[in-house]
Design a protein around this ligand. Structure first.
Ligand code: FE2
Ligand code: FE2
Length: 264
């Protein structure tokens, strides 16, 4: 099914969150493990802009649909961060967008170099890079949506559940765009398929790895994906990926859980 990019761009909007009754958190605050996971999610949403910067030096920027999507997508992700930051703020935890950006600056040459490196690597691969980028985005958006779904199921808090469902509904549109693009670009393109498999198998790590401390990645994965219900979500992501052209047999998400000792 085609993705209507014009409609998406027209309808993209900040997630509605200001109408919810956050006062409930004063009487029944969220527990520490949930707040720790929310903080991670909030920082990753805010990090989207750095990821966007990296992609804007890649061949992806030349594709009009991808360029249009990324502009609106980044806008929606920032508002996911703002909404989560508000919940955290009510619990005395401040996550400021500017601070997250500043942290990235502190990563120093590694982070500053990454757009340059990205640019060189991606331009060598040319149009096939865009296929890899779309596939990568598809897995990450699916993982993010699964994470929100799991947190909503684990944490008994009607207000948080509504907010997470609203965010997840926007993530569903992101999944649709990336997946449609990835499928089309990988179809009948063995070179792109080979490159994508190689990139995923050698470099893919759960969303937030590399920018968040390892202890936080482990916490979030264990919190959200432990046990049969968590494992089922992870397996569903792997199944979706494996259905894309040339990706059969890949089990990135469950492998990542096993590698980090997340109990099934
Ligand atoms: Fe998001
Ligand atoms: Fe998203």
């Amino acid at each position: 099914m085609a993705f209507d990019i014009d409609r998406y761009a027209r309808e993209a909007a900040p997630v509605s969150w200001e109408d919810l009754d956050y006062e409930v958190f004063r009487d029944s605050p969220l527990p520490p493990d949930t707040l720790r996971t929310l903080r991670y999610m909030c920082e990753i949403e805010f990090h989207t802009v750095c990821y966007l910067r990296d992609m804007l030096v890649s061949p992806s920027r030349k594709d009009p649909d991808v360029g249009t999507f990324m502009t609106s997508w980044n806008w929606e992700e920032i508002w996911h961060g703002e909404a989560l930051a508000h919940v955290l703020e009510l619990h005395g935890i401040t996550v400021a967008f500017d601070e997250v950006k500043a942290k990235r600056v502190k990563l120093g040459w590694r982070d500053r170099l990454s757009p340059v490196k990205q640019s060189l690597l991606s331009n060598i691969a040319g149009a096939d890079f865009v296929a890899v980028h779309m596939l990568w985005g598809s897995i990450n958006e699916r993982s993010t949506a699964a994470g929100y779904k799991r947190l909503a199921a684990l944490q008994d808090s009607p207000v948080l559940t509504i907010l997470l469902r609203r965010i997840a509904a926007q993530e569903a549109k992101h999944i649709a765009f990336y997946t449609t693009q990835a499928r089309t670009r990988l179809q009948d393109n063995p070179r792109a398929q080979k490159l994508a498999r190689l990139a995923l198998r050698t470099a893919w790590q759960p969303v937030g790895s590399g920018v968040s401390p390892e202890a936080e990645v482990d916490h979030v994965l264990t919190h959200l994906f432990s046990g049969p219900a968590g494992r089922k979500e992870a397996e569903a992501i792997d199944r979706h990926v494996a259905k894309l052209p040339g990706m059969e047999g890949l089990t990135l998400v469950t492998q990542a859980l096993d590698a980090r000792g997340v109990p099934a």
